[in-house]
Design a protein around this ligand. Structure first.
Ligand SMILES: *Cc1c(COP(=O)(O)O)cnc(C)c1O
Length: 458
């Protein structure tokens, strides 16, 4: 088989800024060893997130100029509505400024004290909006999904027997809806199978509980189904996406992921009464029903992006390029969450730096060294992000210590990724000399964004 190439050529470029190791050492110190506090101009390869960082196509940029900025009834809204409806089949299409705004509206309406929202794994903003409404979010991943070194096709699946047990325990009247996140972002970017979506829906139907998809990476998920699930090899990604949405009663979407835009999202659903209430809330918090929190030009770019994302040359390249990074790292002995997910590679910091205890923040040590050695920005997903303290002030760590290398869509070429591989392998070769960190200042919530660190003595 021939090399899978980038299915685009480059029309417009943006220079990246080079720094020396000595400069980066100083920058790190000035940022208190927290990459969120580093200026983007001081980063060479930015793998902090795949959200809102995509390169737009020439046709999307053309749509930006063509956007209709009418307050009500904009032509761009109707193009957007048509694109989302033909993808999802949902009756009501409500634009929002990003995914969390759709979540806020949905959970304000269906959440509240005493309510339970099950999900294969809540993304952090989804959980925050569920909890902000007073409801409780329950994660129900499968046992496979919790093992970083286990290779399986659909580690993002919902644990259907656990969902049934939850419904029987708390009562269907307390579960206003169930969500499935595709792909499972907090669970390592792992896909969910069609059979699992179908089985979840079949169970929920018995109790009259609606199913909503957190659809941010629906196209990557559809492509994994095509590649891995029996019966789907000859179906198009678009047909598979239609089938996934056909089992759901609605979805929330961050268009900053699988719609290639820098800002945008939507809530889409079938229930007329819920949609009417959602539109009323939208007008209060986001804007009029035909623009939500967006400009007309943004709606054009989303409509165009939703067409482009289902191009199978793109999806082949996308999934292969993330897998390429994963395979090269595994080939060099680097421990990662396997198999590679759709949008990111997750380094397993516990096996990468076993000499560092969770309270010495092994993931943060790797993040800092990737930046110092190569100007690469990544993010710790472990005790820094999810750590809590018990009554005695002792750190309570999450089960996994990970470092996420998220790959922005259509932004970096293979030689950028080859460079990333070289830097990770170099840091891995020197892993026993990685030093731990301690936190010297932190916020009470979401501390990872602003915490300050100091290096522990060796
Ligand atoms: C990014 C994301 C969201 C939130 O979307 P924003 O556009 O960042 O508000 C929700 N769920 C998942 C799975 C995500 O990846």
């Amino acid at each position: 088989m021939k090399t899978i190439i980038e299915p685009f050529k480059i029309k417009s470029v943006e220079p990246i800024h080079f720094t020396t190791e000595a400069e980066r050492e100083k920058i790190l110190e000035e940022a208190f060893f927290n990459p969120f506090l580093i200026r983007a101009d001081d980063v060479l390869i930015d793998l902090l997130t795949d959200s809102g960082t995509s390169a737009m196509s020439a046709k999307q940029w053309a749509g930006i100029l063509d956007g209709d900025e009418a307050y009500a009834g904009s032509r761009s809204y109707f193009r957007f509505e048509k694109a989302v409806r033909s993808l999802t089949g949902f009756k009501h299409i409500i634009p929002t400024h990003q995914g969390r705004a759709a979540e806020k509206i949905l959970f304000t309406l269906v959440g509240g004290k005493g309510k339970i929202i099950p999900n294969n794994t809540h993304f952090d903003t989804t959980r925050a909006n569920v909890e902000f409404s007073g409801a409780e979010g329950v994660d129900l991943p499968t046992d496979e999904g919790k093992k970083p070194d286990l290779i399986a096709d659909f580690k993002g699946n919902m644990n259907v027997p656990a969902l049934k047990a939850l419904i029987d325990r708390v009562g269907p009247q307390n579960i206003p809806l169930c969500m499935i996140t595709i792909t499972n972002n907090s669970g390592g970017g792992q896909p969910v199978s069609m059979a699992n979506i179908r089985d979840t829906k079949a169970l929920l139907r018995q109790y009259n509980i609606p199913l909503f998809l957190d659809a941010c990476r629906f196209a990557e998920n559809a492509f994994f189904i095509k590649k891995r699930e029996p019966g789907y090899a000859t179906k198009s990604a678009a047909e598979i996406a239609h089938e996934m949405f056909s089992y759901a009663d609605g979805c929330t979407m961050s268009a900053k992921k699988d719609a290639f835009v820098n800002m945008g999202g939507f809530l889409a659903l079938n229930n007329d009464a819920l949609a009417a209430n959602a539109r009323n809330l939208l007008i209060v918090t986001e804007g009029f029903t035909t623009y939500g929190g967006l400009a007309g030009r943004d709606l054009e770019a989303i409509a165009q992006g939703l067409e482009e994302i289902l191009d199978e040359h793109y999806l082949t390249y996308r999934i292969r390029s993330v897998e390429y990074l994963g395979q090269k790292l595994v080939g060099g002995g680097v421990p990662i969450v396997e198999p590679p997910g759709g949008h990111a590679i997750y380094l397993d910091a516990k096996r990468f730096a076993p000499h560092l205890r969770p309270d010495q923040y092994p993931g943060q040590a790797i993040v800092c060294e990737l930046y110092r050695a190569g100007g690469i920005r990544s993010v710790e997903i472990g005790s820094v992000m999810f750590g809590k303290y018990d009554a005695s002030g002792k750190l309570v760590s999450p089960p996994m210590e990970l470092v996420r290398l998220a790959i922005p869509r259509r932004v970096y070429t293979q030689s950028h990724i080859d460079y990333v591989i070289e830097v990770v392998l170099d840091v891995y070769a020197r892993r026993t000399r990685l030093r731990g960190y301690r936190i010297i200042e932190e916020a009470p919530v979401l501390r990872h964004f602003t915490a300050k660190f100091a290096v522990l003595p060796s």
